[in-house]
Design a protein around this ligand. Structure first.
Ligand SMILES: Nc1ncnc2c1ncn2[C@@H]1O[C@H](COP(=O)(O)O)[C@@H](OP(=O)(O)O)[C@H]1O
Ligand SMILES: [Mg+2]
Length: 246
């Protein structure tokens, strides 16, 4: 097994296990709303940090729930982790939330696992599903709570129906799974929101880039990665043209 294969297996196991903890906490029923979201963030984070430090003590980590450190800036291998993406949706008992475990190597989203525990699914960069045909009419995913104006405008140009959903991971995996054709976001996101989703989406053959067309790059000093587009490869040119027309 190459190092990257064992990294994918680790990412998949950790994302799945964190997802099981999150589902159990949700099903326990004694917490709700913000309290449930906070407890979920903390419990999933605890498991992921503990296991990563045991399994990969030499690697650096960038995680939504941990204090950031400059140490990662001189590291090539950096685990980029969001223990609970779509905290709001999780706390509302919805199914559109995810656990993200990614490994950036030299700034590239090389390995990724996105668990969708409420759907009993974990997708990875090692074995993503085969691409499906485009939807008719096209479907475009946008944030449920903060849909980007640019996304709404691009949907209009493409003649796509909007599909609001929580969680960057859930949206990216909806494109991977063929439930939708495009996910476009602007206005703010961090590396942990999109690193694992992009690793899986790229492995599945989807087009992934910043909205200016530059590649997704990770382990930047501020960890801020505010915009992205993920789409079916057959839509790459149409999406680029629509963005350029804005
Ligand atoms: N404008 C913004 N600024 C910062 N983070 C944002 C953002 N828009 C979305 N995000 C983050 O991206 C993730 C997906 O958002 P959305 O569901 O709206 O698409 C959420 O992660 P968390 O749930 O981990 O906080 C959310 O916090
Ligand atoms: Mg997130």
């Amino acid at each position: 097994m190459t190092i990257e294969e064992s990294d994918v297996r680790l990412a998949e196991r950790l994302a799945r296990e964190a997802g099981e903890i999150l589902l159990a906490l949700q099903n326990q029923g004694d917490l709700s709303g913000k309290e449930l979201g906070q407890a979920g963030d903390a419990r999933a984070n605890e498991l992921l940090m503990r296991e990563l430090k045991i399994a990969r003590p030499e690697d650096a980590i960038l995680c939504e729930e941990e204090k950031d450190s400059d140490a990662r800036l001189s590291a090539s291998r950096v685990w980029i982790v969001d223990p609970l993406d779509g905290t709001r949706e999780y706390s509302e008992g919805r199914s559109d939330w995810a656990v993200h475990v990614a490994l950036s190597i030299g700034g590239i989203a090389t390995v990724g696992a996105v668990a969708l525990p409420a759907l009993d699914l974990t997708l990875t960069s090692a074995g993503p599903p085969k691409l499906k045909a485009l939807n008719t009419p096209l479907k475009m995913l946008v944030s449920r709570t903060r849909p980007a104006a640019e996304a709404v405008a691009v949907a209009k140009i493409l003649g796509a129906d909007l599909l609001p959903m929580g969680s960057a991971g859930a949206k990216a995996m909806a494109v991977v799974r063929g439930e939708a054709d495009v996910y476009l976001h602007t206005g703010g996101q961090y590396e942990w929101d999109n690193c694992a989703p992009v690793a899986v989406a790229e492995a599945a053959g989807l087009y992934c880039a910043r909205i200016d067309g530059s590649p997704m790059r990770y382990n930047a000093p501020d960890g801020y990665l505010p915009d992205l587009v993920i789409c079916h490869p057959e839509l790459e040119d149409a999406v680029k043209a629509a963005i350029a027309a804005l």
